[in-house]
Design a protein. Structure first.
Length: 69
């Protein structure tokens, strides 16, 4: 099976702001991921990095900065 490699392009600033705001509002990482699904995003753990993806296909948008870990 081929390994998945995260997208090299940086995540758009507006999307990153949304992800940051939702992380602040959430009480746990699980709630944060649930809240992001409502906006059509998901987070995958790939080789020790958190990759933001677009639902429903799971298209990678980029690696989240370390502050989200």
């Amino acid at each position: 099976m081929a390994r998945h490699t995260p997208a090299a392009a940086p995540i758009e600033p507006q999307v990153l702001d949304l992800v940051r705001e939702e992380r602040i509002k959430a009480l746990s990482a699980r709630e944060w991921k649930f809240r992001l699904r409502g906006y059509g995003y998901a987070i995958k753990d790939v080789e020790g990095e958190q990759v933001l993806t677009r639902l429903p296909q799971g298209q990678p948008l980029g690696v989240l900065p370390p502050e989200f870990a």
